[in-house]
Design a protein around this ligand. Structure first.
Ligand code: NAD
Length: 293
């Protein structure tokens, strides 16, 4: 039997829990968590992601501030904006929406963010803490994946987990977290990437596959064994004239055929994507508590 890991449903539950926590905090005079986001330029996908984050804040009673800067913003100007947020005590956490325009050094920007307000968990200090298993802000997408595994009680202990993709935001942290001595985790992890030989043979040995690749329907049924757990992070647009927008979203997994062999599987859309936002909101609540508000 296949269980669909319904990220949308879990995400709504998490947001309801957070809304309840905000309500209780209000009753005892504690401030609302406040998330800020900086958006540089007018990349369509980035605008959509940031808008969704702001709307989610409104829904659950968080305060939110959106700072929109033009594409021509210099690195120095962006650093000045970040420093203002670092010093603004009413802001508990903030994110700088990536990718940034080419003339801005992303690493330099990330390192300017106060690690105590780095709710995306990208600052090297927080990445280091994550690698050591210390309390920190976990990056939103991997944290969302852990949360969905936990809420569906998926057994990860002693399982062979194959991570496909080694990006700093998904694949690499995911491989670290799944190997740690916690639940969800305690898996035996293989991380694979564009230079991996025999990917199919490796995948056929996997009990759990976490795929963050960015190639539409890359993982097919012949690459997985019966009973596998599939976490599909990919979000890809494929042309579809039957849709009003002219495209539809698919993951990195050929869902229909792989689902038949899976014990658990995330759909796209409605799987990992919604979890990412809830995870950011959980980090913002934690930042509020950490900053003694
Ligand atoms: P990326 O685009 O930075 O990198 C892709 C990775 O895939 C690289 O590490 C590369 O080595 C690996 N790769 C490429 N070809 C490969 C092959 N043939 N075999 C094995 N590995 C190969 O990765 P990303 O930023 O993690 O994004 C991956 C996908 O996940 C994208 O579709 C992105 O839109 C999506 N994404 C979704 C969410 C979400 O919230 N659901 C969050 C982040 C990213």
């Amino acid at each position: 039997m296949t269980t669909i890991l319904d990220g949308k449903k879990v995400s709504i539950t998490i947001q309801d829990e957070l809304a309840e926590e905000v309500r209780k905090r209000n009753l005892i005079g504690k401030k609302k968590p406040h998330l800020a986001a900086i958006l540089v330029g007018d990349d369509g996908a980035s605008i959509t992601y940031v808008d969704a984050k702001v709307k989610a804040c409104e829904r659950i009673g968080f305060e939110s501030t959106l700072i929109k800067l033009p594409e021509i913003t210099t690195e120095k100007e962006l650093i000045t904006e970040i420093q203002k947020l670092n010093n603004n005590i009413s802001i508990d956490g903030f994110i700088v929406q990536l990718p940034l325009p080419n003339h801005i050094n992303e690493q330099k920007i990330i390192q300017t963010i106060d690690p105590k307000k780095d709710v995306d968990g990208f600052h090297p200090q927080n990445v280091g803490r994550m690698a050591l298993g210390l309390p920190t802000f976990l990056p939103a997408t991997p944290n969302g994946i852990l949360e969905i595994l936990k809420r569906y009680k998926v057994n990860t202990v002693g399982k062979h987990c194959v991570v496909i993709g080694r990006s700093h935001i998904v694949g690499s942290p995911m491989s670290i977290l799944m190997s740690q001595n916690y639940y969800p985790g305690n898996s035996t992890v293989t991380i694979t990437h564009s230079r991996t030989n025999n990917l199919k043979e490796i995948c056929l040995l996997a009990d759990i596959i976490i795929i963050a690749l960015g190639k539409a329907e890359f993982l097919t049924a012949d690459m997985v064994k019966e009973g596998v757990v599939i976490i599909d992070v990919g979000i890809n647009r494929v042309t579809d004239e039957t849709k009003k927008k002219g495209y539809r979203l698919v993951g990195d997994v050929k869902f229909d055929e792989v689902a038949k062999k899976s014990s658990f599987i995330t759909p796209v859309p409605g799987g990992v994507g919604p979890m990412t936002i809830s995870s950011l909101l959980m980090n913002t609540m934690n930042a509020t508590k950490l900053n003694n508000h």
